[in-house]
Design a protein around this ligand. Sequence first.
Ligand code: HEM
Length: 401
Amino acid sequence: MTVPATPLAEAAELADPWPVLAALRESGPVRRLDPRLRLPVWVVARYEDVLAALSDPRLSNDPHHAVALRSLLRGDFLSRSMIGTDPPEHTRLRRLVSKAFTARRVEALRPRVQQITDALLDRITPRGTAELVGEFALPLPITVIGELLGVPAADRERFRAWTDEVLDQPFDPQEDLARVTAARERMHGYLADLVQAKRARPADDLLTDLVEATDEGERLDAQELLAMTFLLLVAGYVTTVNLIGNGTLALLRSPDQLDRLRADPSLVPQAVEELLRFDGPVNPGLTRYAVEDLEIGGVTIPRGDVVLLAVAAADRDPDRFPDPDSLDVGAAGPGHLAFGHGVHYCLGAPLARLEGQIAFTQLLARLPDLALAVDEDALQWSAGGVLRGLKELPVTFTPTP
Ligand code: HEM
């Protein structure tokens, strides 16, 4: 198995990335991708190495450490978000919103998440066919995070189109720069208007809280506010769409596990963890930047280079998970790296778990005889650099009134 120039560059690799990820894991602790790439990228793919790297302060989340990226980042408001900064900036930014995502606060959202889920399924169940990404996996989290932040329902479609453009970055970001820059500017304009609207008409939502934090003190500046809003909105749904989409497909491909879950819905919380491990939204992995020369597994990674921590490969490492390529909805529980690890551990994990658990419980309860409506080869995958998910998931089931 040859290791490709860019991970998952080919459509076939997107449909079945596991042999490539296994090859990366087996080829050594660290692997340099094709040297023709303008950006030097190293891949770490074994569980223990990825876990250690995720809490190594020499590996920064701040892309400004990558010399080749600096000119691209000038004036880029998105790189001012918590996910693109290191402590102490990161600590300050994360603290501003962490209270909104505690397990207790998120639990209070349960009835509303349940209601949104039911309403989406009410439209689907009488029909017998559905496109589950567009009609269910996507509108569920986008509605939840949109309501939490206070994004008007009418704007969500527009916002989604821009997000797709912003996230649809080539692996070598110097290509197609004009397109990505234009999308970012549109997004910047939209978010600035949204903030203005909240200032004019404060509401009981997270964005109003953030605007007040910006206006009252110096805890958050204007650019940081826009970056935070973008991050929360985007991180709040693009990943969860893939959890529901990839997870449903994984269950359809393992009918024994689907039946087991249907027969015993108390397994759903465990099943969600297993689906995150088995085919999580973040694939191939998370990007870091070397702040100094550092050694991993005997290989020196020069300062300024990019390091891809392939969590999707780590989560199928046979040294960590017995029988990693089989889905087992009763498997013992977390330990997976789908939400990351260390200071950047997913802030929205409690919310994602809540949404995932409600989504799978209701899907199985309300769509009997769920089956794929197309040949598996016809399924299309999209990848936004670090994410991998189904574009569409056409299904059939027995209709219910
Ligand atoms: C960070 C995965 C859902 C908000 C992260 C990270 C991962 C991740 C791997 C770490 C990034 C890094 O280390 O560079 C996921 C997955 C989700 C999900 C798999 C769904 C299944 C959500 C939701 C929210 C959210 C619903 C809601 C707002 C965030 C934020 C960060 C983050 C704000 C940045 C945290 C920081 O930098 O300290 N997520 N996420 N995520 N996630 Fe999630």
